[in-house]
Ligand binder design. Structure first.
Ligand SMILES: [Zn+2]
Length: 295
């Protein structure tokens, strides 16, 4: 069975600051396995999925959903991550094999992969009919800074955060995730300056996650309320059944036209890198089942 990540939430600073720590190592490894990500692609998608998991942890309903798209001018192209209130996440990058030399400080060049010009867009559907759409301009392409700008400008929720992904020499993820300090409305000046001082200690968050785990990091910050434990994991919504009903909705005529032209119907899911092929016989079965249904 697929391993799951961990997202822990609590309050600190006399209940004035919401604190979350997520360990996304297992989720990032699953993304690497599915998409054959280069190290820098894994770092970019892993950071994006970590912030997406955090955003999803605020969704009210399990079936509410949220998507994040980072569209920059870097070598990696578009980065997309989607999740729901149950913290089932999926995501992809446009160019998973794009690579860049490491930066001078030996870190992966996430900014070069993402690009420094472009947008970060969040679409949130709480199930009440009108999705919320928030967009902000990219600041550095390092993703944590870009999300911080997004929280401030689009959500009016100043949030200090650090994100990180550590990739080993074998291409696997050793530690990934993030830490998020969000002062609640009316938080005191002391709390705000505490956060400002604290966030700087997490510039190497992926190493801390690898060594201490989310629990260890949280324990160091004296949680004041019972810790809410959530388990984000990689799960795509696509399935052969879902695609069968898509083909059904095309209608028999349209489906037969595609078969005539291409010999089969191929549907590709970007989110999990899975191809579904339907032969003439498969399509026939789909429509004949439907015929029986109607009678
Ligand atoms: Zn899929």
């Amino acid at each position: 069975m697929q391993k799951k990540g961990k997202l822990l939430k609590t309050l600190i600073c006399g209940g004035e600051v919401s604190l979350a720590v997520c360990d996304m190592t297992a989720v990032v490894n699953e993304a690497i396995r599915r998409h054959h990500l280069s190290p820098v692609a894994a770092a970019a998608l892993g950071r994006t999925m970590s912030a997406t998991a955090y955003l999803c942890s605020w969704l009210k309903e399990e079936k509410s959903s949220l998507s994040v798209t980072i569209d920059g001018d870097g070598v990696g192209g578009k980065i997309c991550a989607v999740g729901d209130g149950a913290l089932r996440l999926r995501g992809f990058v446009e160019h998973p094999d794009a690579s860049l030399p490491p930066r001078k400080d030996h870190k992966l060049d996430v900014g070069g992969f993402v690009g420094r010009h472009g947008t970060l867009t969040v679409i949130r559907d709480d199930g009440d009919g009108i999705p919320f759409v928030g967009t902000s301009a990219l600041l550095t392409g390092e993703i944590a800074e870009d999300f911080s700008a997004y929280f401030l400008s689009s959500e009016q929720r100043p949030t200090a955060l650090a994100l990180g992904v550590r990739i080993g020499t074998d291409g696997k993820c050793l530690g990934a995730g993030g830490i998020f300090f969000q002062p609640l409305p009316g938080a005191s000046e002391e709390c705000l300056s505490f956060i400002e001082g604290a966030i700087g200690k997490y510039s190497n968050i992926s190493l801390l996650i690898e060594e201490e785990g989310a629990e260890g990091i949280l324990a160091g910050l004296s949680p004041e309320t019972p810790i809410e434990v959530r388990e984000p994991y990689f799960k795509c919504r696509c399935s052969r059944r879902r695609i069968s009903s898509l083909i059904l909705s095309l209608g028999r005529h349209e489906a037969e036209e595609i078969l005539k032209e291409q010999g089969k119907i191929s549907v590709y899911c970007h989110y999990c890198n899975t191809a579904y092929d339907f032969t003439k016989e498969d399509v026939e079965t789909i429509f004949s089942k439907e015929g029986k249904h109607e009678k």
